[in-house]
Design a binder for this molecule. Structure first.
Ligand code: SAM
Length: 353
């Protein structure tokens, strides 16, 4: 078995250990990731991948395009190449590799915005003080930025834009499997609660021409939904409804899709969101469709267990296993209606009771 297999490696991230060190020191290999991410983030910020999009370039050429110091740039690029993200050629030119092509701006299937969000100080600085969260239970984001994450992004439009743009790229192979396997076509009207700018709702509507959709998110986020829907041909099939999901969500839908959103919140807050949905469902048979990491059991490798610490330290949120989801949904008045497989992103269907 490949030690770096992200889905089934029984020893977690053993591929990050440095076998060149004595066993008691090998965990220092995790620190290499910090060095690599810091260098790569800088290169992505100044758009080195864009400068290489049309082919290999010398450091002088890249420094000219990106407006950077050639010596510092060379050292950063050399480090990134050593880490396997760029190619450093014998003739002194640097080139993109398949793993760096997705870091070019607007690359098809790319993840530049997601990479910049995930390595942004918003998500980075809480990691400087996860011990605060351990000692107090409070998200480390709060002492670092003076307020909770979503209040901070509401007050800082530039940071909200970093988040919202990243969510357009919040897409993994597990999600494609869900789109392919789950029959969304059986619904007439689907609400995407906390649906960001509507990227997923647009894809659902495109795949299922018989459905209509309701995009539900904060006013400043749905204000940008026109970027997704204008000119898409879907304009007549979508309603955009700015709402605070703690207060209420629109009724009249036969499915309420909530993706990568409930994990942002602790059980008390997540329950409020689910109760808003349950109120909207009323006495209909509308379904609750939760898409989140579904945690595997004790001792098993699961990337969701690492994401859980980010949810905890940044947002005070949590990833959950099946029993936790069922308890939460049950408290809001929903019963399980399918049997998703843990260990990846999963769609949990619930019916109202
Ligand atoms: C992590 S994002 C997920 C976005 C999208 N569902 C996805 O998977 O890409 C969480 C979303 O919850 C929204 N949100 C946060 N607080 C909210 C509130 N009080 N009412 C409605 N939406 C809210 C955010 O604006 C954001 O779009």
């Amino acid at each position: 078995m490949d030690a770096q297999d992200s889905t089934s490696n029984p020893r977690g991230m053993a591929g990050w250990f440095d076998p060149g060190l004595p066993p008691r020191q090998q965990v220092l290999g995790f620190i290499y990731a910090k060095w690599a991410v810091g260098a790569l983030r800088a290169a992505v910020e100044v758009k080195v991948p864009d400068a290489l999009a049309d082919g290999p370039r010398t450091v002088a050429e890249i420094a000219g395009t990106t407006g950077t110091d050639a010596d510092a740039l060379y050292r950063v690029l050399r480090a990134i190449a050593a880490a396997g993200v760029l190619e450093e050629r014998a003739d002194g030119r640097f080139a993109l590799l398949p793993v760096s092509e997705g870091l070019v701006s607007d690359a098809e299937g790319g993840i530049r915005d997601m990479f910049l969000f995930a390595s942004d100080p918003m998500l980075w600085r809480p990691y400087e003080n996860v011990a605060h969260t351990l000692r107090t239970g409070e998200a480390a984001f709060v002492p670092a930025f003076g307020e909770p994450f979503y209040e901070y992004t509401k007050a800082h439009p530039d940071k909200a834009a970093v988040l919202d743009r990243a969510m357009l790229q919040n897409r993994y192979p597990g999600m494609d499997r869900i789109f392919d396997e789950f029959d969304f076509g059986r619904f007439r009207r689907i609400a995407d609660v906390g649906g960001g700018r509507g990227h997923f709702l647009a894809e659902l509507l495109r795949r299922h021409p018989g459905t209509t959709g309701v995009l539900v998110d904060q006013a400043h986020t749905v204000a940008e939904a026109k970027e997704v829907f204008d000119g898409s041909g879907l304009e007549d099939r979508v309603s955009v409804v700015p709402s605070d999901f703690f207060v209420g969500v629109p009724s009249g839908c036969d499915a309420y899709f909530v993706k990568n959103t409930l994990h942002n919140w602790d059980n008390d807050k997540a329950l409020l969101i689910l109760r808003s949905i349950r109120t909207a469902v009323g006495d209909t048979d509308a379904r609750l469709l939760i898409v989140e990491n579904l945690l595997r059991g004790p001792g098993e490798w699961d990337i969701g267990k690492l994401i859980d610490v980010e949810s905890l330290a940044v947002l005070g949120g949590r990833e959950r296993d099946r029993a936790e989801w069922n308890r939460l949904a049950g408290a809001a008045g929903f019963a399980p209606a399918n049997e998703p497989v843990p260990g990846d992103v999963a769609l949990l269907e619930y019916r109202p009771v």
